[in-house]
Design a protein around this ligand. Sequence first.
Ligand code: ADP
Ligand code: TRP
Length: 320
Amino acid sequence: MKILSGIQPSGTIHIGNYFGMIKPLLSFQDKGEVFCFLADYHSMTSLFDAKKRKENSMEAATTLLACGLDPLKTTFFKQSDVPQVTELAWMLSTVTPMGLLERCHSYKDKTSKGVSANHGLFAYPVLMAADILIYQSNLVPVGKDQMQHLEVARDIAVKFNAAYGDVFTLPEPYIQEQVAIVPGTDGQKMSKSHGNTLEVFGDEKLLKKSIMSIVMDSRPVAAPKPDADKNTAFQLLKLVAPTDIAEEAENELREGYLGYGALKGMLLEHCTNYFAKSRELYLDLKKNQDYVEAILQDGAAKASCTAQFTMKSVRKSVGL
Ligand code: ADP
Ligand code: TRP
């Protein structure tokens, strides 16, 4: 089984990325052939700073390795190091109905937030389909916001196969319900573009400030809170704290024994503890960026082999 996912190097990795995509992807490292890449071509649709793209790519690579990506088990590479994917994207675009892309809400969301309405942004799901199909991926772990893009990838594969024969494996999304949408400090989906993130390896002072800024209601400590499970700080605590501690916190919130200040304190403590070991590795890797670069080069060589193999049969199937 082939399992693949990617992340855009468009900002610092946050715990929504970690629990929504990174952790689920890495959980497959002993179960199948895992591919993980930095979607730097995709980042060109909304980031126009070359230096930042390079920095973000190294930062994301370092973060993923520190989070447990094992380069001996996972093919880890930069999307742009396998340029065949853009050739496939072109081929796929010729069987992609305009209506399919016009229905994509991510394009509408991004342009409504001020991202320029360029063709790359509109055609984003086609390149994403190429990413998935060129490695003949079976399973794609992502957060819920990417669900529609996966449906598009599948639809495109069906169209291509109908036109040219059974060329592509049909991919399935892998979305875990309990982490499908990790909330940010404002209660909305945590996202780099919303400024509501808790960074995985961010500055500890900033983490504290972000946690303290989590929006809460004004009920006093002693007020019973039967809706404790809807509380953003509690939802985040559940991700990083051991189960018994999270359960106890939930009961205390429900019964009116746990104030919001104390809850935020617990979140800070458990968030720091959860990533403490990985943070050590992160700091080591930060001092050893040549090693990170070498891993990406090695991954690119492996990914290229698979991509070239697929492209050989794709080119033949379309009569090129
Ligand atoms: P962002 O929204 O911060 O720009 P990306 O689009 O780069 O994040 O997402 C990278 C991966 O992380 C995708 O698989 C996405 O679905 C997942 N992801 C991002 N934010 C969240 C979240 N808040 N909850 C769950 N998964 C998320
Ligand atoms: N669109 C994804 C995101 O913003 C990144 C991505 C690009 C991706 N290509 C992919 C994810 C292929 C999974 C599979 O997070």
